[in-house]
Write a protein that binds this ligand. Sequence first.
Ligand code: 0PR
Length: 365
Amino acid sequence: MNEKGCSREEVLALLAGYRARDCPHSHILSSMCTVPHEIALSAHELFTATNLGDPGLFPGAAEIERMLISELGSLLHGINIGGYATSGGTEANIQAVRIAAKLHPTEKPNIVVPASAHFSFDKTSDLLGVEVRYAPYKKGEYVVDTEAMSHLIDKNTVALAAVAGNTEYGVIDDVPAVAKLAQEHDISCHVDAAFGGLVIPFLKNPAPFDFAVDGVSSVTLDPHKMGMSTIPCGTLLLREPETLKLLSVDSPYLTVKTSFTLTGTRSGADVAGAYAVIRYLGREGFRDVVSGCMENTRRLVSGMEAFGYRKVLEPIMNLAVFEYAEMPEGWKISRTRAGHLRFVMMPHVTRDVVENFLDDLSRMQ
Ligand code: 0PR
């Protein structure tokens, strides 16, 4: 730290220089985050000084968090759903597994997750000492083979997970089959809908993936992905709100005497941002956003197919995957573990962005 500070202008010019080095969203085609909705930014600003880690000081912000959980719970067909706003999908997945391990105490707990599960389950394993068993895909479909999953369950299995909108291929596991398996073994069923939770409800004829499915105990849903909130905002949604208490530790000097969250100090700003978007857009607005993203996904697929690029799957969501090929310079496109090209068609990937990309692609033909 320098002895003397500098002017506001100098500081902001310095930061702007660094910001200019970041990739522009107009060229980011593989991110699950997006440019926050304008109303999320205003809401965020209003709540920057709030700390949900000491909710008695900020009852207004705490009430917004409760309303966010309640709104998302009812969107996912739940009644009196509990939970809280996490720092993202990683924290929500960790906490869901912690709850499952407490509900089903055993010396060597394990969980069975799809091979497509996000790497946050590896972190969960390392942190909690819970073994993670990966159930393979159904050949060529990238959804979990529930038959194979059933063979990985034993007396120490505390939970099964299904993914609704997987990170690499955007497909939805057979949640009813996974939940049924969990019920048969009297264990928890966690659905990771970090990405899909704000897409699937707005698709035509959505696949069952939420609390409407018997046996689903918890769901991860991240507003900082398709919810267009500011980062970082995830949620953990629980069918049985009381199960959160299993994670409680004493917090004697706070305004509330127990704490169940993984992080301590938590901003109310991103939570207000997430709630603002939900109130502002409503289901109708979200349906429009999702249908726009789906239309752009179809345009990308037809444009690329016209140049001879081959898709790996018919997209179910706003995520398209192609066999590997060289891509034009300057575009940020990631690859799956299997080496496929992965496009996540977030709200910032507008029709203009798609056309610009296809133009660049046409110059490579
Ligand atoms: N579950 C699923 C299904 C996910 O896709 C992700 C993250 C998580 C859990 C973990 O969520 P957090 O990262 O919020 O803890 N999916 C993205 C991914 O790994 C996250 C991301 C977003 C990565 C934007 C890069 C990026 O530019 O691809």
